[in-house]
Write a protein that binds this ligand. Sequence first.
Ligand code: PFF
Length: 447
Amino acid sequence: MSRDSFGSRFGALLAMAGSAVGLGNLWRFPYLVGENGGAAFIILYIILSFVICLPIFISEFVIGRRSQENAYSAFRDLSGGSAWRWVGLFTIFVPMVVLSYYSVIGGWSVEYLLKSCTFSFTVGISQAAINTFFVDFVSSTWGPLAAHTAFLLLTMLIVVVGIKDGIERFSKVMMPLLFLMVLSIAIYALTLPGAKAGVDYLFNPDFSKLTGKSCAAALGQAFFSLSLGFGTIMTYASYVDKKENILFHSTATAASDLMFALIAGLAIMPAVFAFGISPQAGPGLVFETLPYVFGQMPAGGLVAILFFLALLVAALTSSISMLEVAVAYLVEEKKIPRIWACVILFVICWVVGALCSLSFGPLSSVKIFGDGIFDFFDNLSSNILMTLGSLLTVLFVGWRLKKTDVYDEFTNGGTLSRSARIFGVLWFLIRYICPLAIAIIFLSGLF
Ligand code: PFF
């Protein structure tokens, strides 16, 4: 049976961009920028994204496209059957961990979308009422579990249909829509009186705020945002046609991820500042501050629907990429039919996700190394598993694969002249600079 693949360049590009654009862009990037020196942080972020993260992205791309296999078989076959295959298995395990807790938050966005559709966040609702709603909701048992189930089911339903007809088709429709939704919110937010304070918060450069810690934060955010170290780029790349240009695909994905993060910042911060609120990061920003802001602004009911729909779509285009990594492995290595592979992984992620969900309520007293269950999985994957996955991947390409093979894959057999010209620099970055940079954020995450 022939292997499924992306049907078009545009589809492949949007699927990769979909994996990159997610909750990270909406709830962490704008806050990190504001807190770490505005435009100064953005410049640092762009440099790190293109000098450190792009070569890692390309390394994953090369592994996937060269092997045209799932992550496990790719590492095994490209290394001639050596122990490197366990690294492949590791990169399949990581997105499963992330998907489990990511789908809990995905579930919250389902709930908030439904709430917005009944116009619950409008007509001057108080901040206290919204905080109470949020805390009551996440600490209850059945509501969040039902929402988590719905989100995971949606993810599975898209993945089960396959690459071309499921993941690609969904991304082709939803990514342009997502972009339009967030762009319209940004344009609207910028017209609110007092919006300028939010723009200043994002873009006023303050180089004195750039510290070692903000460098580590920028690099960690860029990793998560570009889905590095999770096996997803590798897996998606294995479905990309051999004629495609790896440099183009990688740069376009990194650029669209960055552009989306900036537009998300312009959709969120001007609105928050226009109503005199100080921003926070993470769930607090999206599920407590913003609903209040929507309740204050003219036509806020509609903006709330657009925003939570955008949040859900952004989360879904990321979650499908996480699920596909393990599905590809089970289908190709274990010869399990796609539908059963999806069902098995659904059950595993549902159980782990349910524990994460309950850790905000009935299981809040359960601690793993001092953290609640949700925080434990979040910290474990963002601080340790993701960075370790990236480090091993980049070491594999730089030190295990043959330079001539990497060159051949990156330049399509020497036919892409621009790729051929920059290969020397890329090779140096992959072999020396990237492992060093990853080791630094890894250590800074541990201590
Ligand atoms: N890049 C996604 C975000 O910014 O939210 C998160 C993500 C997607 C992480 C896919 C890992 C992954 F495999």
